[in-house]
Design a protein around this ligand. Structure first.
Ligand SMILES: *Cc1c(COP(=O)(O)O)cnc(C)c1O
Length: 376
């Protein structure tokens, strides 16, 4: 099983054994409750606790997160639901938790909530493995690598080794890489967590998240949290996500290849500074990235002169939509500073590279850069 290629694994992930006259991937099961007589045991009782459409998706994601291994995945209504499930199922009043200070923009909100519950929150940057310095005695270390939107990469194995030596659990937000880019459990992490709203589903039409663990006790805590918070995915969303996984390797392969082509073009452009792409050999993240990643992601970031130049660039793009989020088959870009919260320059662009033909994409970006900088 684990010797198969990613494409083979992706198209077959989570499929049930063939059954005469049944579809390959059975459709979504819409049920608030299931027939249930006698003792309320068995896999499907009430729709907040379990659903066969989730089970198939959870099986599929597990096969990608840890091929050939015995892991359990729990799917959620969104990436934030998955992240909250790990943090709030693990951290108790009096515990310390270490977060990155350059991670997803909702982490500061989580910090406030954790502190309100009496959890000590420490933060440090992703780059330079700086979280090592604030690890002592912590219950949980939260990594986001590559970080979003700065694209710094930390050495997961090194951080896991230090954390585990001190009895600290480690969770990795693997949203940007997807399991085809990086497998956090193989790098030693206890939790692999992701927003499947991004590259995993890839079409910009579903919100979803997941947590994958090897340890059944950790899984039990995460599942208990899903049950009490009720942050469950709809069966339709779960089924769409499973259907989308079949093309994961095709999409990620093309999008990562496109991202490298675009990064190489941007690296030579005089209007561009602060270019980041972990797959560029000249990037500060490259050394760590090659050691632990198998593909480098579909996000490229860079800085244009100022807010006005960035806005002109975005307006001049024809194939690339101005929208947030990333990982989809259609390229999008945005001026990240418009949200506040991330510490980025006004001209900072986060560019999510889609599955278009690379020559078309490069031509569009080049004409938009020319239009944005004309006369300057
Ligand atoms: C989008 C994102 C999230 C949140 O996911 P939702 O599905 O929007 O709740 C968490 N972490 C990272 C790195 C993300 O990009």
């Amino acid at each position: 099983m684990s010797t198969q290629g990613d494409g083979t694994r992706a198209v077959r992930a989570g499929l049930p054994e063939p059954q005469q006259y049944e579809p390959t991937l059975p459709g979504p099961v819409f049920a608030a409750h299931f027939h249930l007589s006698g003792e309320p045991t068995g896999p499907y009782t009430y729709g907040r606790d379990g659903n066969p459409t989730w089970t198939r998706l959870e099986q599929a994601i597990g096969e990608l997160e840890a091929p050939g291994e015995d892991v359990e995945t729990t799917v959620f209504a969104s990436g934030m639901a998955a992240i909250s499930a790990v943090l709030f199922s693990q951290a108790r009043s009096g515990d310390a938790v270490v977060l990155p200070d350059d991670g997803y923009q909702a982490l500061p909100l989580l910090r406030e909530q954790l502190e309100a519950y009496g959890v000590e929150v420490r933060t440090a940057p992703t780059g330079g493995d700086a979280q090592l310095a604030v690890l002592e005695g912590a219950k949980l270390l939260w990594l986001e690598t590559p970080s979003n939107p700065g694209l710094d990469v930390c050495d997961v194995r090194r951080l896991v080794e230090a954390a585990h030596a001190g009895g600290t659990l480690v969770a990795v937000d693997n949203t940007l890489a997807t399991p085809l880019g990086q497998r956090p459990l193989e790098l030693g992490a206890d939790f692999s967590v992701a927003s499947d709203t991004k590259g995993m589903t890839g079409h910009g039409d579903v919100l979803l998240g997941h947590v994958t663990c090897r340890n059944p006790e950790l899984t039990a805590g995460v599942r208990r949290w899903r049950k009490i918070a009720g942050a469950i995915p709809g069966p339709m969303e779960a089924w769409l996500a499973h259907r989308s996984l079949a093309t994961l390797e095709l999409r990620i392969e093309r999008q990562c290849a496109n991202a490298l082509v675009l990064a190489e073009v941007l690296a030579k452009h005089q209007a561009v500074s602060g270019l980041r792409y972990p797959g560029l050999p000249t990037d500060p993240s490259y050394a760590n990235a090659v050691r632990q990643m198998r593909r480098f992601g579909s996000v490229v970031s860079f800085v244009l002169a100022d807010r006005e130049t960035a806005e002109r660039f975005l307006a001049a793009l024809r194939l690339v939509e101005d929208a947030t989020s990333f990982g989809g088959v259609r390229s999008t870009a945005e001026r990240r500073g418009r949200w506040g919260g991330d510490s980025v320059p006004e001209g900072f662009i986060r560019f999510s590279v889609g599955a278009e033909n690379p020559a078309d994409l490069v031509a569009d970006v080049e004409q938009a850069l020319a239009a944005a900088t004309a006369g300057s």
